[in-house]
Design a protein around this ligand. Structure first.
Ligand code: 4AD
Ligand code: MG
Length: 457
């Protein structure tokens, strides 16, 4: 059957009639002689207009928002003077209700707030705004894929079950098994976790492919209950060989994001929703302008040390909750202020090694060759680094951190097998999508989020 999206593409060369149209009633208006139905099927943000001349005792009175319909046959009618330049005209006998809705069906043709939609985890995706957000996310994913294809990257599928904690932050979900051949806690003799990042496995594959990437689920037993943290999220990770300069790596991610932003801008009419929820602070026009402005700018790169100085200057005028000081991780309030003050995404490079994970390459001082990309409103969306590619040095660092070097021998020993300088990064897909879309909560950028209030099993 044709999709609603495919019908809009037929406008310049319309058929005489359309057979077997399916969709859901967005709204229905019954007049004495005629009924108007807006039919949507989620393939595009626009519903299609159906006109049905009424007959005595027709069953159109039963039509209601939310029902699924089958329209056996509809004639195409040009309506150049109207908002939609064509309509489909069907006879009442052609219209069949496939699935009915109860009187209490909650989504109606009126404004629904985001908080109301979030309270409907199985129906919310049918709303204009959250439906558009799902389509936007899909476009973004495809656009990343085509960028990586254009740069000779291979897409890989790293494991989700792992026995290591890549980030060393201890935010692991441990997996128990019911297997008869393994104990509950140890699967084949090892503890098993859901991955927090696929980086370690990507590094191995990069040594074979030079450039690889993945979009994989990541799991973190986060204690932070904020608009930026999810327990299950999707991370886009890439790993590149023969790179040893963190500023070049940062610029590479800038070109990647600009590629995706450009593609969003080119398709903005179909990607952006018709209107934004009242809870959002940004208007539709603003969103597109913000994308455009980002393409015109070079995104600044600051060192962590410079950043701390700027934050301390600011702190003298308007105090942060957490005073910035060299050696401490940046707080979200610091990250947001910095990016807001530049009104641009900002790279911060060379953090103190104590703030970051064990695998990062050390600079000549106490800092490591890493970067975070901070964006206005949201804060960090990417974390990445040059990796330590020398066996002795990575072992030393692990010992200094009192890590068990045996556990990661499979990973560190790569440094003895044709080691090469390499680096990579991870981007939180929901953070990127919600920030781009102007929705300030990552929970709306993932179809089902797991938390105490909104859980769906
Ligand atoms: O900065 P993170 O922890 O970096 C890593 O895991 C690296 N191993 C990635 C790599 O170099 N391959 O996480 C990367 C990004 C963050 O910048 C953030 O956007 C996102 O993942 N992220 C989260 N997104 C939603 N909810 C959470 N709980 C997140 N934790 C991290
Ligand atoms: Mg990080």
């Amino acid at each position: 059957p044709p999709t609603v999206k495919s019908l809009f593409k037929l406008i310049s060369n319309p058929p005489l009639c359309v057979n077997n149209l399916h969709g859901w009633v967005k709204s229905v208006r019954l007049l004495k002689k005629v009924a108007f139905i807006d039919l949507q099927d989620g393939t595009t943000s626009k519903p299609i207009k159906l006109v049905i001349p009424r007959e005595a005792n027709d069953c159109l009175k039963q039509l209601r928002t939310g029902q699924s319909l089958h329209i056996k046959k509809a004639n195409w009618k040009q309506t150049p003077s109207r908002e939609q330049s064509f309509e489909l005209e069907a006879l009442p006998q052609s219209v069949r209700i496939i699935g009915d809705v109860p009187d209490t069906y909650p989504l109606q043709k009126k404004y629904h707030s985001l908080s109301f939609l979030r309270s409907l985890p199985t129906l919310k995706h049918r709303s204009n705004y959250l439906g558009a957000l799902l389509r936007f996310r899909s476009h973004v994913e495809n656009s990343f894929a085509s960028f990586f294809e254009s740069q000779d990257f291979t897409k890989v599928s790293p494991p989700i079950l792992t026995s290591s904690d890549c980030e060393g932050a201890g935010e692991l979900f441990r997996v128990e098994s019911n297997s008869k051949i393994a104990s509950k806690e140890l699967y084949f003799g090892k503890p098993t976790y859901l991955t927090v990042s696929t980086q370690l496995h990507l590094e191995i594959m990069a040594m074979a492919l030079s450039r690889c990437w993945t979009l994989s689920p990541s799991f973190r037993a986060e204690e932070s209950d904020t608009n930026r943290h999810l327990a299950e999220f999707w991370m886009l990770e890439a790993e590149l060989c023969f790179i040893d300069d963190v500023r070049k790596l940062s610029k590479f991610t800038e070109s990647m994001l600009k590629y995706v932003i450009r593609s969003c801008l080119q398709n903005k009419d179909s990607l952006l929703p018709a209107m934004v929820p009242q809870e959002n602070t940004e208007s539709l026009d603003n969103i597109a302008q913000r994308w455009e402005a980002m393409l015109l700018k070079e995104w600044p790169i600051l060192s962590y040390t410079e950043t701390i100085k700027l934050l301390q200057e600011r702190h003298k005028k308007v105090a942060f909750k957490f005073p910035p000081s060299w050696g401490n991780a940046l707080q979200t309030e610091h990250e947001k202020w910095l990016a807001d003050s530049y009104n641009s995404p900002v790279f911060v490079v060379d953090y103190p090694r104590e703030c970051k994970a064990f695998y990062m390459k050390q600079n000549n001082d106490d800092t490591v060759a890493c970067f975070d990309l901070l964006v206005p409103q949201m804060g960090e969306i990417i974390g990445g680094s040059i990796r330590e590619d020398d066996y002795e040095r990575i072992l030393q660092e692990m010992e200094r951190r009192k890590m068990n070097t045996k556990d990661l021998e499979w990973y560190t020993s790569l440094r003895k097998q044709g080691s090469a300088p390499h680096g990579g990064f991870g981007l939180g897909l929901e953070r990127f999508v919600s920030w781009m879309f102007g929705s300030q909560n990552v929970r709306d950028a993932i179809p089902f989020h797991r938390s105490a209030d909104g859980v769906i099993d």
